[in-house]
Design a protein around this ligand. Structure first.
Ligand SMILES: Nc1ncnc2c1ncn2[C@@H]1O[C@H](COP(=O)(O)OP(=O)(O)OP(=O)(O)O)[C@@H](O)[C@H]1O
Ligand SMILES: [Mg+2]
Length: 291
């Protein structure tokens, strides 16, 4: 099973955006079965596909809606309260993915409060308490049989949740805005990737798909930073040959009730769609070539 995750501890760089595009593209154009997983307590990835609800236990956080398969009148359906999230792996509750409006795409949503509790895990416990639970979930025969690819969105942090995902993933992408602070995040992520790579068995590598320049604008700042990265011997080989420009439509389609629902519904002549297609084609070619 391919497990791909965007990672950058700087916020607002496009981790969720590329998660959404990949999940939609892989199901729609490559006919594969995808499980979207939201490992970010902010739950933005979940909100794209589900009507998330405010958690009465933690009003600043979101929780998943009632699952469509839940029947409160069914006497056999008493082992859960009808809501399921990926955080269930930490609470021995199991995970019941939700269907989305796309046929081959399910989502295991986030749950703010339950995921935040996991962020409190100590550094030396991450392997045991986070990675192992995630790894068990991915190795579960039901998950293996149901999905070809998992796309795991991560939080803007280098905390236990993100480290756990990096340890469990087969592939990572580092999206970044071409500005000073996010680029520092890129360097930090490259370091983490190298550390993790050293610890991996040869048969189980963590492949870095590359650094994806996002929200690129035709301004000197973005041009200059991209130019210097491309001319940096240690970095240039990781810069993807594709990018996403800053375009309002990319932000507009990110809500659950957006019209159109996705840039892929736009006409083929639309430049945003063309860019998204080029990015997803590039990433998935690499993804399935070495799978
Ligand atoms: N290429 C783009 N053009 C315009 N808007 C974009 C683009 N990429 C992302 N956005 C918008 O910018 C905001 C931040 O993007 P996104 O949520 O994907 O970043 P993130 O890295 O997941 O953020 P966080 O670290 O908070 O999880 C969102 O509102 C998104 O819709
Ligand atoms: Mg996000």
């Amino acid at each position: 099973m391919i497990i791909i995750a965007p990672t950058n501890n700087k916020g607002g760089v496009g981790k969720t955006k590329i998660s959404i595009l990949l999940a939609e593209y892989i199901t729609r154009y490559l006919n594969k079965k995808v499980l979207a997983i939201d490992f970010d307590p902010q739950c933005n990835f979940s909100q794209r596909f589900l009507k998330m609800e405010i958690d009465p236990a933690a009003p600043e956080g979101m929780m998943p809606p009632l699952h469509p398969d839940y029947d409160p009148d069914d006497p056999n359906d008493t082992d859960w309260e009808g809501r399921s999230s990926i955080a269930g792996i930490f609470y021995y509750q199991g995970v019941v993915p939700y269907p989305t409006y796309i046929e081959n795409l399910d989502i295991a949503p986030g749950h703010a409060e339950k995921l935040l509790a996991v962020e409190a895990v100590r550094k030396n416990e991450v392997k045991e308490k986070v990675y192992k639970q995630l790894d068990l979930f991915f190795k579960h025969p039901e998950v293996q049989n149901a999905y070809d690819v998992a796309v795991v969105d991560t939080a803007p942090s280098k905390g236990p949740l993100t480290i756990g995902v990096i340890k469990a993933a087969t592939h990572i992408i580092i999206p970044s805005i071409m500005e000073e602070q996010p680029i520092q995040g890129v360097y930090g992520m490259l370091q983490l990737w190298m550390q993790e790579s050293h610890q991996r068995e040869k048969s189980n590598p963590l492949k870095l798909m590359g650094i994806l320049p996002n929200m690129v604008r035709p301004i000197n700042l973005h041009r200059d930073i991209l130019y210097s990265l491309k001319n940096n011997e240690g970095i240039s080989r990781y810069i993807m040959p594709v990018q996403l420009s800053q375009r309002a439509i990319f932000a507009e389609v990110d809500s659950e009730d957006a019209i159109p629902r996705t840039v892929f519904d736009l006409p083929d002549t639309n430049v945003a769609k063309q860019e998204a297609l080029a990015v997803c084609e590039y990433i998935t070619k690499e993804l399935f070539n070495d799978a």
